[in-house]
Write a new protein. Structure first.
Length: 139
């Protein structure tokens, strides 16, 4: 999770002040009176603050989506046994129940990547995609 050190990275101090006062239940007019400004100005400040917060939320959601990618790249030189563990671990992190056992995954790696294995190690990069339904595609 990303932590923002200061809310001022997202909204101005004045916008934050208005949002906090509105969150306590004050009307725009009451906030305006307290801050010695017009209700219209409070409305503009509040609208801009909410827009900034919406953009920040969308940015975080996009970042979360990127970090939840279901593609796994296994580097050359990795043991095929370790590759199997990496696939299962990535599925666990994604909270996806894999439809194959570890033995089945290992067999699939051996059959689909026969020319990219020397001994028990990969001789080329292996790309794995884990679908939402738990299927594993080896590229």
């Amino acid at each position: 999770m990303i932590r923002v050190k200061s809310v001022s990275a997202i909204v101005t101090p004045r916008q934050w002040q208005v949002v906090k006062l509105r969150a306590t239940g004050l009307t725009q007019k009451q906030v305006a009176d307290r801050l010695r400004t017009s209700r219209e100005n409070v409305s503009i400040i509040e609208r801009r603050a909410r827009r900034n917060l919406t953009v920040a939320k969308a940015t975080l959601a996009a970042f979360e989506q990127l970090s939840q990618t279901r593609e796994l790249i296994i580097p050359s030189g990795t043991s095929i046994f370790e590759a199997t563990s990496m696939i299962l671990l990535r599925a666990d992190v994604l909270r996806i129940k894999v439809r194959m056992s570890a033995d089945s995954i290992l067999a699939a790696i051996r059959s689909k990547c026969n020319r990219r294995i020397r001994g028990h190690h990969l001789t080329a990069v292996l790309k794995i995609r884990i679908s939402e339904d738990g299927a594993i595609m080896i590229k």
